[in-house]
Design a binder for this molecule. Sequence first.
Ligand SMILES: C[S@@+](CC[C@H](N)C(=O)[O-])C[C@H]1O[C@@H](n2cnc3c(N)ncnc32)[C@H](O)[C@@H]1O
Length: 233
Amino acid sequence: MAKNTSGRGQRDLTVKVKTARGRKMSSTMWLQRQLNDPYVSRARAEGFRGRAAFKIMELDDKFRFLVPGARVVDLGCAPGGWLQVAVPRINALGEKSGKAVGRIIGVDLQEVEPIAGAEIHQLDFMEDDADEKVKEWLGGQADVVMSDMAASASGHKQTDHLRIIALCDAAAHFAFEVLSEGGTFVAKVLAGGAEGELQKLLKQKFTKVVNVKPPASRADSSEKFVVATGFRG
Ligand SMILES: C[S@@+](CC[C@H](N)C(=O)[O-])C[C@H]1O[C@@H](n2cnc3c(N)ncnc32)[C@H](O)[C@@H]1O
């Protein structure tokens, strides 16, 4: 049950959500946060499948890796916000005449509604031969490997952190195998310590490695993104 509350004088537009019987406090908080999140309403208004779309938009506006003609792999692509942003930027549909036509392959555990210009595959990227399958679909090198993969939260901070690092690690090793020289790797990590080894490795393989928290990433989440550019090959 959600309602708009307005006080006297200054109007308070915060939507408050009452805890309903059977709904956990955490779900109530999540619902309240969703209803008051400007990125959620912006995503709805602009036709994006989720607020995550703005994270890749902000990262790409800063680092410019989604360029026309780029060959991209998007790991953990459901429901498809990053794909929606990438398709026009890389010119996957060939709509920008005179510009190179890009290609994007999305992979996720979950089924994803089709998106024109994106090739989507349902796959657990942690399966033994997953990287071989993606390499086969790719049929060559990639210019960008990006991963927003995240396992569902266990509620245990350290476990969640280790899980996300394992996903990021798998994405990075895949990137080392498929990236072309000068390529870019972007991945979600959680601030918390265990990512140090991965950062060290990335610094050996790329000319520049930075950690960024785009404005669209919730301030109360420990999520951040590592952006590694200039793959040494
Ligand atoms: C935060 S969501 C990604 C949002 C996406 N970037 C977008 O813009 O719509 C994280 C995704 O990672 C996926 N994921 C988690 N573990 C995975 C795995 N082992 N293999 C493939 N996808 C995985 C989840 O299914 C989930 O859809």
